[in-house]
Design a protein around this ligand. Structure first.
Ligand code: ADP
Ligand code: ZN
Length: 731
């Protein structure tokens, strides 16, 4: 290899492939040579696979047997900082490198020649006769100067059918051309006039800008109440990154959020950014991947895996709603996009903005410790004020059996309906009822493959397992005792609550928002927009509504069961309840009318409920931090979850026991192992699950210890082991 990382033709190179091998493979550099980091296609047995030139070949075998790299792909080579980043994530999460490379190349056909599509511009000739429709098409093309359109865009802009455009093509009045699909993204203009900022906002922006101008790594926790203008503030940080000629990435937790967000980006910068999420087509994904790599996408808005795109010069990562649990990926590579955003930025000298109204305890503690800068926005923009929060003491309410809306809440909703304002009834449970009980034998209908109860979805007329997705029709007779007509729903889900609301408020228009009720993200977006425009008196929603949407007419939030997540086995149960309740309450009163949040609870004296109601956030964090510190759990201690699974429980437990016995590598590192025990969900998709928990003091080299601990294992048959460093959910 030469000093600039070039390999001459025939020189031996080590190639990392996406195949599940535990090492790189040696190949001869192809005709014309190749650079370190080049994306290549290599032969592997009879197949051709994707790889990256990772370094000089290892050699040590008969060189005449070495095969050649087939070709170098026409995409930007992987930069050194990306190789370092992937290596560090692999070490941190105990993931093999091929899986990391797969994560970093999640766009199909990277090596294919660019695909083409037809575009349309103004032609030279006059059409033989001019109609209104034809005139509109030509006007659109003239108005936009030399710009080209796709057929669909042009027809839509002109309000004509595509046959009108085709007719003009035949006449030579419109020109049809082939153009590569993978075009650069339109330039964003950071110097378009933004909104004029409030004093607080301007101060926050100035602080972010001065950090950015150092060109060094740094993380800022941007904590601001819902509606305080966090988005406005971090868009100005994006603007500064663009002015500095660097790229920016905004991570969002939900696809449903992006519709409104993309419009805001367009208003601020004059064009739409690149989008990266699971709903994007393969062609779109490939375009994003390539353009990001060659610097022709300045801003990407995306889901967590966008962090693994091949940015050329990533100057800023914003993690919006940074406390959101969806940033933790829990299959394949177990990583936290929030934490890895910090890692990546530390490597490439970029800035991170973690934005939230209710930060995670991790980020709060990092700010306390001085590792992160912290900026607070304490008031809502404009006249909007924070909602008043009050408990409804359910012990004092007269409830009919099988109902969940208390008389006090009912009255509050009625008042809103009379004033033409919206109410949100929040329940964090999908489906009709969480349990279906046989009143004859006491059986609760369970999934055949999981250790979980089936949830009735009346809308779909089926029972569904929320673990594996298995569904079956609602039976007439109890599957256990065979008695007919005795199956009864127990407890409320969103559908059952909607039924109660319909019966209680027959005059009201009711809308249900739950992730499973819409066939597509698009349908969901449309519904959200409808509601925002006021087309509902009562919105019944799950967790989905807690996130970011603006419903200007919403002035009342009723939380049906504020105690629901208070008592999970999860160490973050209190934190989650606190965040969720504050987020949901934040939906009320965003515009000119003040809002109110009513929390139905059987435990108004519970410290977490009291903290939610009083809004004493710092007090809550301090108490929560002290508790975790005393218990030595995150963020004041380290944890890893080990899950063993297999078709039979015996052998899985045997391995778990063997691991627990041979824990010397862990003890050497100061770590302890707990278990094995059946996982909280002891069976999923027919696989039995056994869990071990590793606990260690902060700073203990736990990855290294775990790697040495599990290395001697040879897993036979269908037994699998997964390691989850810093687990977020305990299931
Ligand atoms: P957050 O992200 O903290 O929830 P947003 O940035 O979404 O807050 O701001 C809430 C609302 O207030 C948005 O509609 C936003 O456009 C508006 N807003 C915030 N700051 C300003 C400002 N300085 N000028 C005009 N509108 C603003
Ligand atoms: Zn199941």
């Amino acid at each position: 290899m030469s000093a600039n990382g070039f390999f001459d033709e025939g020189e031996l190179v080590a190639v990392l492939t996406t195949q599940p091998l535990d090492r790189t493979l040696d190949y001869k550099a192809p005709e014309g040579g190749c650079f370190l980091g080049a994306f290549v296609e290599v032969p592997l047995g009879p197949r051709k696979v994707l790889g990256v030139v990772w370094g000089p070949g290892q050699g040590g075998f008969d060189l005449s047997k070495a095969r050649s790299v087939i070709r170098v792909l026409e995409v930007a080579p992987m930069r050194e900082e990306m190789r370092v980043f992937l290596g560090k994530v692999a070490d941190y999460t105990l993931t093999p490198m091929p899986a990391m490379l797969r994560l970093a190349t999640r766009a199909p056909g990277l090596g294919d020649p660019p695909s083409m599509r037809k575009i349309y511009r103004l032609g030279g000739s006059e059409p033989d006769r001019i109609t209104d429709a034809r005139k509109r098409v030509l006007e659109v093309l003239q108005n936009y100067g030399g710009l080209a359109f796709t057929l669909k865009e042009l027809a839509e802009q002109a309000g004509v059918t595509s046959s009108v455009v085709k007719g003009l093509v035949k006449q030579g009045a419109v020109r049809e051309e082939d153009s590569p699909r993978d075009l650069p993204y339109p330039l964003l203009d950071p110097d378009l006039p933004g909104k004029s900022l409030t004093e607080d906002q301007a101060e926050a922006v100035a602080r972010l800008h001065s950090g950015q101008r150092t060109g060094d790594y740094g993380t800022t926790l941007l904590k601001g109440v819902t509606g305080s203008g966090k988005t406005e503030v971090y868009l100005e940080a994006v603007a500064e990154a663009l002015r500095m000629g660097r790229q920016a990435l905004v991570l969002l937790p939900e696809i449903a959020l992006t519709a409104e967000f993309l419009t805001r980006v367009e208003t601020r910068f004059g064009a739409r950014p690149a989008e990266w999420h699971s709903g994007a087509t393969m062609t779109e994904r490939r375009r994003v991947w390539r353009m990001v790599g060659q610097g022709d996408a300045q801003l990407v808005v995306g889901a967590r895996s966008a962090l693994f795109l091949p940015f050329r010069d990533l100057g800023l990562v914003v993690v919006d709603e940074e406390h959101d649990t969806s940033y933790k990926q829990e299959d394949g590579v177990h990583y936290s996009a929030r934490d890895m955003a910090v890692l990546r930025s530390a490597i490439c000298g970029g800035r991170v903005v973690l934005a939230s109204a209710t930060p995670s305890l991790e980020s709060w503690a990092n700010a306390e410790a001085g590792k992160y800068d912290r900026i607070d926005l304490t008031s809502r923009f404009g006249d909007a004020v924070l909602p008043e929060m009050k408990p409804i003491d359910m012990r004092a309410e007269q409830m009919q059996p099988g109902t969940w809306i208390s008389p006090s809440l009912r009255q509050a909703v009625r008042q809103r309906i009379e004033k033409g304002e919206q109410s949100l009834l929040f329940i964090n449970r999908r489906g009709y009822a969480p349990v279906t009980l046989c009143r004859a034998c006491g059986e609760q209908i369970a999934c055949d493959h999981c250790d979980a109860r089936m949830v009735e979805h009346r809308f779909l007329k089926r029972l569904m397992c929320h673990q594996c997705g298995e569904t079956k029709p609602m039976p007439e007779a109890c599957p256990s005792c065979g008695v007919e007509g005795k199956l009864a729903p127990v407890g409320p889900g969103i559908e059952r609550l909607a039924e109660e609301a319909e019966a209680t408020f027959p005059e009201a228009k009711i809308a249900m928002l739950s992730s499973d009720l819409f066939g597509s993200a698009r349908a969901l977006k449309a519904k959200i927009e409808e509601i925002a425009e006021g087309d509902a008196d009562i919105v019944i929603g799950t967790q989905l509504v807690a996130k970011g949407h603006n419903f200007p007419k919403l002035t009342l939030v009723g939380v049906i069961d504020a105690d629901l997540s208070l008592h999970g086995a999860d160490l973050r149960a209190a934190e989650r309840t606190f965040q969720l309740m504050r987020q949901v309450a934040g939906r009320a009163g965003r515009a000119d009318k003040p809002g109110q949040a009513l929390l139905q609870t059987f435990q108004p004296e519970h410290p977490v409920i009291r903290a939610i109601l009083s809004g004493d956030e710092e007090g809550f964090w301090k108490a929560e931090a002290a508790g975790r510190q005393a218990a030595g759990v995150p963020p004041y201690g380290r944890m890893a979850g080990i899950v063993l699974s297999g078709p039979e429980v015996g052998p899985v437990f045997d391995i778990g026991n063997a691991l627990a016995r041979n824990d010397a590598p862990l003890r050497d590192a100061g770590a302890q192992v707990f278990g094995p025990a059946p996982a909280p969900i002891a069976r999923i998709r027919g696989r039995h699950r056994v869990r071990l928990l590793v606990k260690a003091p902060k700073g203990a080299p736990i990855q290294d210890a775990i790697a040495r601990w599990i290395a001697p294992l040879s897993l036979k048959g269908d037994i699998r082991l997964t390691v989850d460093i810093d687990p977020q959910s305990f299931y």
